[in-house]
Design a protein around this ligand. Sequence first.
Ligand code: 2AL
Length: 246
Amino acid sequence: MKIQLINPNTTIAMTAKMAMAARQVASAGTQILAVQSATGPASIESAVDEALALPGLLAQIQAGEAAGVDAHVIACFGDPGLRAAREIASAPVIGIAEAAMQLACLVSASFSVVTTLASTVPTARRLLQDYGMTGRCARVRATGIAVLELEANTSELLRQKIGKECRLALAEDGVGAIVLGCAGMADLCTELTEELGVPVIDGVTAAVKLAEALVGLNLRTSKQGDYARPGAKPYIGVMAQFALAA
Ligand code: 2AL
């Protein structure tokens, strides 16, 4: 099966990092096609970044659908454009935040999220509300680390900083699991799980395994109800490519 792993920011080194994490957990028959947006911000850390990342992301969803991929993963912890992507896709579309939160709920009564800058916390809180998981998440903790600091290999200093915040979450929040709040933290998941002795869930790897499960069960995005394909209408200017065929 072919899973399209989309980095909705435009930083190529970050795409390579998440692709490596995805390939480490993918089954033998799974091909990870890693791409990033061709237009948009270098990282997504605010509502403005998110809004301006969406055209590039949706273009990749359209391209992946045309190429016949079996599933899409949106690899940014804000799950940008998830509902819009599901409206235009027939294949399943999985956001890494929803994937990580769902898996955390299966292995622990509650979890905390350890994320990047404080500016990303409102988005994580909104997602928890959208997904009906506010009661399962004790706290969303910012580390003050910018997404682009995690772009390639995570430095020892940042590993220490993230590890410390995870330990604080376990000591203070009464949780049994940690959700990592950025695709750029994917390389820390295994070592933190061993170090902390609790489930540490990275959304990229969680989404890949959930995508394999959905494809294996022949479950595709429903085209009835909430994710029905939008009707055709003209779009003009730089958005003209998003005009759907009738
Ligand atoms: C992210 C992420 O995963 N990629 C990105 O550009 N921003 N999320 C975050 N919470 O900072």
